[in-house]
Structures are given as C-alpha cells and as structure tokens.
Ligand binder design. Structure first.
Ligand code: ZN
Length: 139
C-alpha cells in the first residue's frame, strides 16, 4: 500500500526538439510536452495524442489526470514490455462539450516478439474548460 506522491509516475521526458511520439511531425515541446506538464488540450484530438504519448513514455499521472472523474480507474498499470510505435488518427470530431476520436495505436511487445494494434473509438467530454477521456469502444 502506498499513498500520494509515492504512487505518482510522470514517466520519461524527451528533449524539447525530439519529434513528438504522437507522430504529429512537431517537436515534443511544441506538441504533447506542455500537455503532459499540465497545459489544457485544445481539442479531443490533441488530448488523445497526449494520452498516446503518455502511454509511450510511461506517464501514468497524465493518463489518470486526463481521465474523466466518473470513469477514471483508481490505479493504472502499464505493460512494461509494450513499445508504442505509431499512432494513426482515423477521425476526430467535437461538438460543444462532447467529442470522439477514432484511432489505431500500433504496439510491439519486445519480450513476446509480437506486434498488434489497438483500434478504438474514444469518447471525450469537456468540463471546466478541459477535455477529458471518458471511455471507448475497441473496434
Ligand atoms: Zn504530440
């Protein structure tokens, strides 16, 4: 059992000029970096990209803090052997305080020597000026 900061996991940080893991083509410092550090995402797609980057860097704190309080799990364990290789955004829409993002996230399991993809339609909701991940349906 652990409490508070002992359980916090911010994951790795990349050099500011490294390409962002989300595949936007922008530098980390101009893309997901500030969102991982607490800046609000301007759309469901930018939040989705930052959550993918958080998976890639092991940033459990961002995954939990960007999760809507009504659906947020108590804790989250990431698959240590999974390497996230590429994110493809299939479509992204938002209207008012609701949004959806359909994506394909490609992973590689270095231990099992297998590859796969997560294809999901995620739902997002805006509250107090911030977007949150609510839940999703795997396709
Ligand atoms: Zn990014």
């Amino acid at each position: 059992m652990s409490f508070g900061s002992a359980a916090a996991r911010r994951g790795r940080r990349l050099p500011a000029v490294d390409p962002c893991p989300c595949g936007s083509g922008q530098d980390f410092s101009a893309c997901c970096g500030p969102i991982l550090d607490g800046a609000p995402a301007r759309s469901p797609e930018t939040l989705m990209r930052s959550r993918y980057t958080a998976f890639a860097l092991g940033d459990v704190d961002h995954l939990l803090s960007s999760w809507h309080p009504t659906t947020r799990p108590e804790t989250l364990e990431l698959e240590d052997t999974w390497e996230w290789r590429r994110l493809d955004i299939v479509r992204a829409q938002d209207q008012g305080t609701h949004g959806i993002v359909e994506f394909r996230a490609h992973w590689h399991d270095a231990t099992a020597h297998t590859v796969g993809e997560l294809h999901e339609v995620s739902r997002f909701r805006q509250a107090a000026g911030r977007w949150f991940y609510v839940d999703g349906d795997a396709e």
